[in-house]
Each structure stands twice: as C-alpha cells, then as structure tokens.
Write a protein that binds this ligand. Structure first.
Ligand SMILES: Cc1cc2nc3c(=O)[nH]c(=O)nc-3n(C[C@H](O)[C@H](O)[C@H](O)COP(=O)(O)O)c2cc1C
Length: 207
C-alpha cells in the first residue's frame, strides 16, 4: 500500500505511522518547576543524537487540542535542567501511570509510588527505581509546526552532563548488561517491546 499522510488515505482503522518507526526508546523525563515541585512523564519521541558531548532530545505535543503545553517542557525551559530516566520491565506500570495528564502542582513521582532522589549536577530529581539516569542541561528548543496549531510539537535538546548506571547492570567484563536491565520500548498503538536475552543479537561492522 501507499498513502500520503496529509490525505489520511491509508484506509486503515488507525493511523499506522506509530507502528512503523519502532521500537522507540522511552525517555522518562523528570524535572522540577522553579518552586521545586517535581514532574515526571514518559516520552517516546526520544533519542540520543550525538556522542561528544552526549546529547538527547524528546518531543512533546504543545497544541491546544492535545493537553496544552507539557509540564516537562515548561519546567525545562524555565530551569534549564532535566533528567532522562530509563524505563524498564519492572517499572512499566509506574511509567504508564506517570503519563497521566495532571495539573502542574501535582507530582507524578509520588502518584506513581516512585522514589525521587537528588541528582549530582542538576536540580531535577532522579527516579530511584530506574537503573540509568542521564542528568541533562537544557540546550535548545525547536518548534515543529503542525497541520493545525493543535498538531504542533516542540523538541527539547539537552546535553548529558552526568550519567548514573546501577552497578548491578555492569557485567564482570565491564559491559552494560542490557539483557538483565530489561529496557522497554514503545511500538504502535498501546504496544511495547522488551529487550531481553532472547531478543539480542550481534552483528560485527564490516571492516
Ligand atoms: C509510553 C508513552 C510515550 C509517550 N510519548 C509521548 C511523546 O513522545 N510526546 C508527547 O507529547 N507525549 C507523549 N506521551 C504522553 C505524555 O506522557 C503525557 O501527555 C503526559 O501527561 C505529559 O506530561 P507532562 O505535562 O507532565 O510533561 C507518552 C505517553 C506514554 C505512556
């Protein structure tokens, strides 16, 4: 089949786009407002984009017909700091719960029965239950226009200035034990995948 997204002529019951660019890593973004109120939300429009310095991005809907300006984006643009926590199989229910659209004064970390711990270099909290935390300094925002104002997105870029890895997930050989960590990724619709020992394979790059 072929379709043109703007014509919405795929003829399928649901928009297939989210099922095509998969699996998407989940940036579980924690931040705080200037008064120190914590915020947490998952973003699957998330990825790493460079090595030196390590840089990450996530993209949030900011249109009026969605749920308006995301608290994460408002906090990060105001304070210049955030943390990407890595979501895993063990925290999947809490991750999902933390996507609830709550007013800014409500803290999704306690709502999701998670533990906020302080970061080393930024004011934003880390999620204790996550095996990896990327402490980020806000770099810039890029607006992505929508077909209508309601469809607009904003991409937040951050430089990773501090990285925590739970030592339980470092192998004796000094590698990150992704098979043990059981990181989850987003597929289309409400589906997810899990990285485990069975799904891993190695390909050596051609010389
Ligand atoms: C797995 C998952 C991935 C999500 N990815 C995104 C995303 O990439 N962009 C977005 O705008 N919303 C995304 N959402 C919805 C947000 O998490 C939700 O709107 C949340 O309330 C935003 O919180 P905030 O206003 O505290 O930032 C996702 C939800 C889930 C469960």
């Amino acid at each position: 089949m072929f379709y043109e997204p703007k014509k919405k002529n795929h003829g399928l019951p649901k928009n297939p786009f989210n099922s095509l660019v998969i699996p998407r890593p989940i940036g579980w973004i924690s931040s705080a407002d200037k008064q120190g109120t914590h915020n947490l939300a998952p973003y699957s429009f998330f990825n790493a984009v460079s090595y030196s310095p390590p840089t990450v991005m996530f993209s949030g809907g900011v249109g009026s017909a969605s749920d308006g300006m995301k608290d994460s984006i408002r906090n990060i643009e105001a304070t210049g700091e955030f943390v990407c926590n890595i979501a895993t199989w063990d925290t999947r229910e809490q991750m999902n719960k933390s996507s609830k659209n709550l007013p800014p004064e409500e803290d999704e970390i306690s709502l999701s029965n998670l533990t906020a711990i302080s970061s080393n270099l930024v004011g934003a909290p880390r999620i204790k239950e996550a095996p990896v935390h990327l402490e980020c300094r806000y770099l810039k925002s890029v607006d992505i226009p929508g077909w209508t104002d309601a469809d607009a997105y904003r991409v937040i870029f951050g430089e990773v200035i501090g990285i925590h890895i739970n030592d339980d997930f470092i192998t004796d050989e000094g590698l990150v034990d992704v098979a043990k960590m059981l990181v989850i990724g987003r597929l289309g619709y409400n589906d997810y995948t899990r990285v485990d020992g069975d799904s891993l394979f190695t390909l050596n790059r051609p010389g």
